[in-house]
Design a protein around this ligand. Sequence first.
Ligand code: ARG
Length: 400
Amino acid sequence: MAKRVVLAYSGGLDTSVMVRWLAERGFEVITYTADVGQGEELSDIPEKAKASGAVEAIVEDLREEFAREYCLPTLRSLALYEGRYPLTASLSRPLISKKLVEYAKKLSADYVAHGSTGKGNDQVRFELSVWALNPDIEVLAPVREWEFRSREDQVEYAKRQGIPVKVTKEKPYSIDRNLWGVSIECGPLEDPWEEPPEDAFQITTSPEKAPDDPEYVTVGFEEGVPVSLNGRRYERLSELIEDLNQIAGRHGIGRIDMVENRLVGIKSREVYEAPGATVLYEAYGDLLSLVTDRFTFHYFLTHVPHEYAKIVYEGLWFTPLRSALDAFTSKLAERVTGEVRLKLFKGKVSVVGRRSPNSLYVEDLATYSEKDAFDHTAGKHFTRVWGLPLKVLGRKFRSP
Ligand code: ARG
């Protein structure tokens, strides 16, 4: 029986060449392509895959599953890798891996394959996710082994093999896009001192060219799920995110330029665009802080965002640790109901208002007006007790 492999297929040059390369090595290749909101037409994918030598081509719309099961828990943990990267590309890998494993089982394939290189993070995310879900499956990563040294080599091979490749003028960037955002690498970006050229950006207007008037957007949440924009309800979270990308994108929100630590030890200059995610992080964080008591909120901030970001970045999606953190943030999310009003202006998003039936803000306690209900003498005693250790220290070591 022929060896069968399910290949994560984008339809680009790398994975098209890969179909034939695997077929030449005796594999029956089934391609798998997911729509995770990359904004590309996928209707010609099956034809392309088959022309490259695939026996079967699967295309699936995973946008809603991606939004609900992957983006949402990450939003609830306010995870940003190294404090800035909203994990756009990192999040799609475990989902695609899960589907590869499911289809491998359904189609009796012992192998799955991906198109990641040997020096990136994505190989780790694919392989760890696959093994976590099926330890017996064999993962192939042809890019780590094959003979091609350049794009030209691949184009030549494709021509020789009759693989249809559109020879477009090569863009210098490597771009990975989904509904949570875009990551852009390579070309001029490899010099970390160079400002990213405008043509690197895919979904945001530059702040300079953004409208001269601010735009306000109100995001509504129910139990930690974003459900409305400016009062309009969305059944599909993926659509809400896509619309928010447009709204915030035209104001140049969510551009990130950073040098980050890859898992394999390399520092890498990365440019990201995540307009919708950036707005949702601001909104969610603000509402969470409004409805969460101080002890719990501080515990969350200390223990969750950085830890969760590392889990996602480092390929540890399918772990008990991630599920346990999700249980914690889902508990907190139960009270995150309400609205956040944000102002978008020239690359910046600012929360300008928030309200919630679960708000812990008590105006009578906070006010400096005559409505003030706080007992100021309690403040005097509290301060004395809180500061006691410093007095003791001072007496012991500082007194003349
Ligand atoms: N550095 C980011 C990450 O590891 C983005 C990688 C995106 N991949 C790409 N082919 N551009 O998540």
